[in-house]
Write a protein that binds this ligand. Sequence first.
Ligand code: ARG
Length: 461
Amino acid sequence: MADTDKPWGGRFAQPTDRFVEEFTASVGFDKRLALYDIQGSVAHAKMLCKVGVLTQAECQAIVQGLEQIASEIERGEFSWSVALEDVHMNIEARLTELIGEAGKKLHTARSRNDQVATDLRLWLRDQIDRIGAELKRLLTAILDVAEREAETILPGFTHLQVAQPITFGHHLLAWFEMLSRDAERLADCRRRVNVMPLGAAALAGTSFPIDRFYTAALLGFERPAANSLDAVSDRDFAIEFLACAALLMTHLSRMAEELVLWTSPLFDFVELPDAFCTGSSIMPQKKNPDVPELIRGKTGRVNGHLMALLTLMKAQPLAYNKDNQEDKEPLFDAVDTVLSCLRAFADLVPNLQPKRENMRRAAERGFATATDLADYLVRKGVPFRDAHEITGRAVRLALAQGGDLAGLSLEQLQRLSDKIDADVYDVLTLEGSVASRAHYGGTAPAQVRQAILEARRRLSL
Ligand code: ARG
């Protein structure tokens, strides 16, 4: 018996094995592309009508039928069939059920190979726009907090050891820069996503007189893909997106890690709102930073999805191979993960409660102004290496007497170097230290305010 219930059943003498049917089907996940599939089909039908392959009446019936299917899907009334394998054949079968003969003509000059590549690009283009909007919300929130904290002093770290005093606003602007590069990368990636495979058909193009530029214009694509084999086979646009997403998640994980550290009682630099934390079922004192921890953890999934698609594509001969059906689930999950992590971060950041006193005390404790003392000596004519040595001795002295550098008396300091005068205390204060780094890109409050202005201008472009 021929497998007559399959759109490709003509050539088959045996029905598909039950397990194989399940194993090869993608409708369970690719139904997520349904509305994009319909959008692509509507444009394809209009193009076929324009070039005379479909009549006006056929085209109208197809478009109306597809609109009805879209509303059935949106209302959750569409019944999906695994026997019909994927989203494309499910929709096509329903169309034929609704409008008869004309429905069977829709697939003229098209293959599921160019169809699926088109659907995925249309879908991803929209997701990049959604991610861009959420990213912008987070970037704006970061700038607002940076503005409030332009003068707040905390230690900056290298090797997680206290290094030099910085302003909290400056630290947040570092987050801003990291994420704004991610936004740029995504915008750049979008240009390569926004190219149309339709018309490539199975792999070699079609013998019908199609107008690919017309279809591309209807779908808002920048242009049709230049080579039919490449159009149906490559998924580099998805890999590139995942690389952008993995980097973005890597940045979010670094920010999340800092929140985890800062909320530890050992740092105690910020408080997270209760609404973003959970407690422990056994330790009553605990308030855990679950949201940042989860964001940190979810980075692994997205990095994994990037590896999955790189490996999927590796060594695939041209053109389309069924392997490519495996591109969707990693991509879907990566988009869901990125969107939810961005949403969580954008909601969290405006509600961070900085503990300014604790930040300040940590900067005082850690000899954060040691470099400033060395620079002071250099300005008085001491070579930098000697200044470094003298300052090291000053730190040892302060450690021995259990205070900070500003706690050393003038006599003590002058015993270390006769170049030191009473004005040394100006550079040993935290305020003096940060204010002196007033060049472009520096941590001085005035510079931070300037950087915020510039950042706001960039964001509004
Ligand atoms: N479900 C398939 C996919 O996701 C659609 C393309 C199938 N093409 C084919 N020749 N079997 O890749």
